[in-house]
Design a protein around this ligand. Structure first.
Ligand SMILES: [Zn+2]
Length: 279
């Protein structure tokens, strides 16, 4: 993941990784499903909650965007969503992880009123954010766009660069969920980590090889939800995982970005019949 800000015009949300970021050994995860029960607790699991069969559960596509809300950004999002319908006839809604720099707050208000979720992405787009970056953005969204504080319940770390401290700050500030962890082992591999949503009552089970002090039961944050973001995989499988903004990555170890190759691996991952949340 990109740890430094490149020049602005070349700034991409580099979520690239070259290997799985977790393993079941590193996770060391234990959870007693008899004690950890919905709606306030849910163990890490590859099976749908409530004992439902995968065949009974609808496919969930989580559509998000991040950074500044600008007219061109809303136009781009609308290219994907405006003409589509959910099976129930409703227009799909999305989550916008908003940061302060360059954001047009009138559009944030409009986007929220149109039924979309506005969530936190720090004020100035920093990884491993201090408390002021997280909570200050809540105040900005509330004061400048009128978003009710109680409706800002989600967070995604810039560059997906989070620490155990980030998760603790989020839980302390009353957030409901974090959306910063990759699930980067294909569902076709043993030990895959594309889990359903889980609460951190028994610690984290994703990203265990990448985040110090996480997993093996830590951090303990009862009722705080983690939403693993399933990667796309190119022909190299686990070694060719693509997280955020896969169209900016080079596919299959090539030296240049090739849109047709990107489309192929995105389709292949999307159609593997097992995927959970894709970011
Ligand atoms: Zn971002």
């Amino acid at each position: 993941m990109c740890k430094h800000h490149p020049p602005l015009l070349a700034w991409v949300q580099d979520g690239s990784i070259s290997r799985p970021t977790s393993s079941s050994d590193a996770a060391g995860y234990l959870c007693d499903a008899a004690k950890c029960k919905l709606p306030t607790c849910n163990c890490v699991s590859m099976s749908p909650p409530g004992g439902l069969n995968a065949s009974q559960v609808p496919m969930f596509v989580v559509f998000t965007a991040d950074d500044a809300v600008q007219s061109y950004a809303i136009d781009a999002v609308n290219q994907f969503l405006a003409h589509r319908q959910n099976p129930n006839g409703c227009t799909p809604k999305m989550t916008y992880f908003t940061s302060l720099n360059f954001t047009n707050y009138t559009l944030v208000t409009d986007w929220y009123v149109a039924g979309n979720e506005i969530a936190d992405h720090t004020m100035t787009h920093v990884g491993d954010p201090p408390q002021d970056e997280i909570n200050g953005n809540l105040i900005a969204l509330n004061v400048l766009a009128g978003i009710p504080l109680k409706s800002i319940i989600g967070f995604c770390a810039p560059f997906l660069n989070f620490t155990v401290n980030t998760l603790k700050l989020l839980a302390a500030a009353g957030f409901t969920y974090d959306f910063s962890t990759p699930a980067a082992i294909p569902v076709t591999d043993p030990g895959m980590d594309a889990f359903w949503l889980d609460t951190l009552d028994n610690g984290m089970a994703n990203d265990c090889l990448a985040v110090a002090g996480s997993c093996k039961g830590q951090p303990v944050l009862p009722g705080f939800w983690e939403i693993p973001m399933y990667a796309y995989f190119d022909e190299r499988g686990p070694a060719g995982a693509h997280l955020m903004d896969p169209w900016l990555d080079r596919a299959n170890g090539a030296t240049k970005v090739k849109d047709t190759a990107t489309l192929e691996y995105m389709k292949a991952t999307f159609c593997d019949g097992e995927q959970r949340q894709i970011g």
